[in-house]
Design a binder for this molecule. Structure first.
Ligand code: UDP
Length: 329
């Protein structure tokens, strides 16, 4: 029997590449798509010899064409770290809005089920804690994070509109902070930042006084949650994340213990609109998907540290090899 075909956008990114691996393992024909603006070919190069994998170098903000049948679409293309979307704000807005529109149109023409990657950032700097799917959020549309947050909020609205008016089969996952192998060392996010600093023998930079909290989910747990949501029949947004919350200062101390670095913690100014607290309420995922995270932070951090230790010296010291200027705004 012919394999079911799935399109994964953002395929060369951190989450996209893990999704490609998972769906290949599940027996699908995977069509990866990425414009490589923040993604890395090395994340998917191991898939290129496989006949059940193909790759399109394409920007989904432009019209998307895929020949042949398509049973599923996963829209995971987007810059996702604050320093990236500060550098490429317009592309961030376009991929969440125009890109989503193109993929919804593609899903409609092919009769595919589509799952879009939303984010805990739709809750902004939340005044409700932990965050349930019913909370509408506290987002500054014109702040530095606004380009990401509003693109993702628009994406949810557009996806629901296609669901309601075109009866499209849609899923929305709200992803909380996730970590694991294949994160970009210099993407500015806290875990690669701290581990990179430890490996280079630099001090760990805590922004603000470190009392802000995050809740970190190991990538394999997240992928399992997304897989179950895709296979469910639930069209409303579902939080997927690990509720195990920690302050950033305590997180820095955990990384110091993990890596055995002799360096100290230094404090830097807190970036504008940096959320003070974040923790997913995963009641819905537990009930609807019978899902909850299984990997503890100590176990997940150990695996992730092992991955970062395999990077070359060049990769470790390359500050930012991404040339965002070559992409159209
Ligand atoms: N952060 C930090 N030092 C760093 C990088 C980040 O203290 O070198 C803080 C950042 O201010 C935020 C938290 O860590 O409060 C998580 O940041 P990240 O960029 O990983 O994700 P997000 O803010 O989008 O959750």
């Amino acid at each position: 029997m012919a394999k079911q075909r799935i399109l994964i956008t953002g395929a060369a990114g951190f989450l996209g590449s893990h999704l490609c691996d998972r769906f290949i393992r599940e027996g699908y024909h995977v069509i990866g798509m990425d414009n490589l603006i923040t993604g890395e070919m090395k994340n998917i190069q191991h898939l290129f010899p496989l006949p059940e994998f193909e790759f399109y170098h394409h920007d989904v903000s432009k019209y998307v064409h895929v020949p042949g049948p398509l049973h599923y679409i996963l829209h995971f293309a987007s810059p996702a770290s604050p320093i990236d979307y500060l550098k490429i704000p317009i592309q961030t807005l376009k991929v969440g809005s125009l890109g989503t529109h193109n993929l919804l149109g593609l899903a409609r023409s092919k009769g595919s089920r589509i799952l879009v990657a939303s984010t805990s950032e739709v809750y902004g700097d939340p005044t409700v804690h932990p965050q349930t799917e019913e909370y509408y959020g506290n987002v500054n549309p014109v702040g530095p994070r606004g380009v990401y947050d509003e693109a993702k909020r628009f994406q949810e609205a557009m996806t629901m509109a296609y669901h309601t008016y075109h009866k499209l089969d849609t899923r929305i996952v709200r992803i909380f902070n996730t970590y694991g192998p294949r994160m970009r060392l210099n993407d500015g996010r806290v875990l690669p930042a701290f581990i990179g600093q430890a490996l280079r023998g630099e001090d760990l930079t805590v922004f603000g006084d470190g009392s802000q909290t995050r809740s970190f989910c190991y990538v394999d747990d997240l992928i399992e949650g997304i897989y179950r949501l895709l296979m469910s029949d639930y069209p409303m947004p579902v939080n997927i994340g690990n509720p195990d919350e920690i302050t950033i200062l305590d997180f820095a101390k955990e990384i110091i213990r993990l890596t055995g670095t002799q360096q100290k913690i230094v404090f830097k100014p807190l970036p504008k609109d940096d959320p003070m607290q974040r923790q997913p309420d995963i009641t819905k995922a537990r009930k609807l998907l019978n899902w909850e995270p299984k990997v503890s932070r100590s176990e997940g951090l150990r695996i992730t540290y092992e991955y970062f230790k395999t990077l070359t010296q060049d990769e470790l010291y390359q500050r930012d090899h991404k040339n965002f200027d070559s992409y159209s705004r």
